[in-house]
Every structure is written in structure tokens, then in C-alpha cells.
Design a protein around this ligand. Sequence first.
Ligand code: IPE
Ligand code: IPE
Ligand code: MG
Length: 259
Amino acid sequence: MSEARIAPEDIVDDLPGPKKDFAPIEGAPRHVAIIMDGNGRWAQARGRPRLFGHHAGAKRVREIVEACEDLGVKYLTIFAFSTENWKRTQVEVAGLMSLFRRYIAKETRELDERDARVRFIGDRVKLDRKLIALMDTLEAETSGNDGVQLTVALNYGGRDEVARATKRLAQDVADGKLDPAKVDEETLPKYLDTHVLPDPDLVIRTSGEARISNFLLWQSAYAEYEFVDTLWPDFSAEEFARLCESYARRDRRFGAVIS
Ligand code: IPE
Ligand code: IPE
Ligand code: MG
């Protein structure tokens, strides 16, 4: 099979099996953000096209949302597509966009039944209209839900987000709605896509890469980080739970001295 194409039988449609149960963790992170990396390498190791890995990776999300419910993690943010990912081949980008449409259409009811609330961050301008409509529907249908607050970063880049926020802030100054003398570090976050979310406590990146690739730059200033070797399609709810437990044992000092 050519690397460029994914055959219908490569599309992973079945979602994970029975839910695993976890005990709540005392001191669990309130907000976990995940850079879901390694789908391509996972597929390549199996001699399959990269999109096979993306489909396998998408399957993992539901299990992590379920684990969040048990563990007491209220906010989960996942990096699905970066502003830099347009640099990939047209086939991979189109395949990913089609996967997002399929995934949202398929998961909307399930997420709603779980009482999960879904939000999207990132710039929608470059996304296709059908995908935007599905995103809007998912956000609207889950807007009253008080379970896990799932945020999907799609066409998201931290620098792009700060630039878009600055543009709106500057417009408010120009319109006389904001006094530039009063701009401080509480002001900018109000203009970010994440303005309704708390900052992430724990940022996890899979696949062994120790970089943040433009994810939540402003918001993660004081996050704890975990870089794990597991490729995203192999990342399990158990591993997620272990990382949350290890987070609960960490000392966060925020620059102060704790005696
Ligand atoms: C992460 O997996 C998913 C996206 C960036 C969309 P990759 O596609 O980056 O997988 P690797 O890093 O090439 O293995
Ligand atoms: C970051 O992964 C983006 C997502 C997981 C969506 P990449 O695979 O795009 O990052 P780099 O290119 O390795 O830095
Ligand atoms: Mg990658």
C-alpha cells in the first residue's frame, strides 16, 4: 500500500472496550494538558500509513476522559492539530481533517451522555465549514454539562493565540475601552482562547520528545511537565493515572520558599 493512502480497513472505527475504574487521587491535577505525539511513528513501526496511527490515536481519547472522571481531573486539554501541522503533506492534512469530522460526529452523543463539556481553542479561520459546523454543534450541545471539561486544541499555536489576543487587546485600547496604563499580567489572559480555563497544572507529552511545540505557552509558565516515551496510540488510562499520582506527590513552589 502506498504511504499516501489509507484503506477503509485501516480506519479504526471500534472504540475502546469496557471502562476501567480508578480511585480518586487526593491532590490530583485540576487541569491536565496533553501533547498527543507519536501517531506517525506508531504506524510506521507497523509498516502502515501515518493516518492509521492518527485513527488509532483518536481511539485513546475516550479512555482518558473516562479516567479523568474517576481520578478527579476536572479539565483536560488535548493538542490535536497545531498551526505548524499544515506543513505536512496535503494527504495527511486532509486525512486528519476528515478524521476530526468523523470523530466529532461519532463522539458527540457519547461525550454529552458522560456530562462532558467540550470546547475548541485555536484559530478556526483556516478550517473547513463542515468541520466548523460540527465543532459548533458539539460545543453547543455540551455547553450545559458540568462533568469533565474537555478542550481540543485544533489549528492551535501558542504564539498565534498570543498574537490574536494582542490584536484584540490593541483594538480595545484604540476604541478607548481599555487603558494601556492598566494592562498587566491579568489582562492578556482574558483575551486568550483559554480565558475561561484555569492554567494547566500538568502537561504531558508522549513519544519521547522533550519540547512543547508551541502549546499553551502563556498558560504553562508554572505547569509541571511529564515527557514519556510511550507513543500516543499506546498511551493507556493506567499510565495517565500513574502520572497524575506522581503529580500529586510533587512540590510546587511558584518561586517561593516552602519551609
Ligand atoms: C501527533 O502525532 C499527531 C499530530 C501532530 C496531528 P505525529 O503525527 O506528530 O506522530 P510522529 O511524531 O510523526 O510520530
Ligand atoms: C505537536 O506535535 C502537535 C500535536 C501533537 C498536535 P508535532 O509532532 O507536530 O511537533 P514537532 O513537529 O515534533 O515539534
Ligand atoms: Mg510528532
